[in-house]
Design a binder for this molecule. Structure first.
Ligand code: HEM
Length: 145
């Protein structure tokens, strides 16, 4: 569909015709998403605080890094790489083999919060993303406690 960027039918445009930047754009795109994901798994690998969730992952984290990177690009409003490559994420179903209760959820969130901080994500964006991550991580819980 041809678009001059001002169609009121396009949900990405506001009444003035300006595109709303996505969280992906505001963060700095692929480079920053990659930086966050790499830091996230480096921390998970090194810090005993995250041992509980580290031991659920494979010894070699390169596949986990790649999948989370592809997924987060789309989740943040950028290119849907994960879906193009792997189809619908079915995230909750894919996490069912792992026992995830509140402590595991919280380890994941603290690890991601530190990764974003270390990657230079601004305060307002941190707050917005931590809330969104909380919703997704909480939905992944599949055990009591
Ligand atoms: C709540 C705590 C969580 C735990 C303990 C957890 C743990 C795991 C584990 C063990 C894997 C398998 C890794 C692998 O196969 O390499 C995985 C995969 C994955 N996780 Fe999580 N996860 C959590 C939350 C999240 C959240 C909040 C997101 C997204 C915002 C997420 C996104 C993914 C993705 C995209 C994959 C790859 C799925 C696939 O294609 O196999 N996870 N997770």
């Amino acid at each position: 569909m041809a678009s001059n960027g001002s169609s009121s039918e396009d949900p990405r445009t506001d009444p003035d015709g300006a595109e709303q930047p996505t969280a992906y754009d505001l963060l700095g795109g692929e480079t920053v998403v990659r930086r966050i994901v790499d830091r996230f798994y480096d921390l998970m690998d090194a810090d005993p605080d995250f041992f509980g969730i580290r031991k659920m992952h494979p010894g070699d984290l390169s596949g986990s890094r790649e999948k989370l990177f592809l997924f987060l690009c789309g989740w943040l409003g950028g290119p849907q790489y994960y879906i193009e490559k792997h189809g619908h994420p079915m995230l909750r179903a894919r996490h069912l083999p792992y026992a995830i209760a509140s402590p595991e959820r919280d380890q994941w969130l603290v690890c991601m919060g530190r990764a974003m901080l270390d990657s230079g994500v601004e305060d307002a964006m941190m707050e917005r993303l931590l809330q969104a991550f909380f919703t997704t991580a909480d939905w992944m819980r599949n055990r009591d406690g």
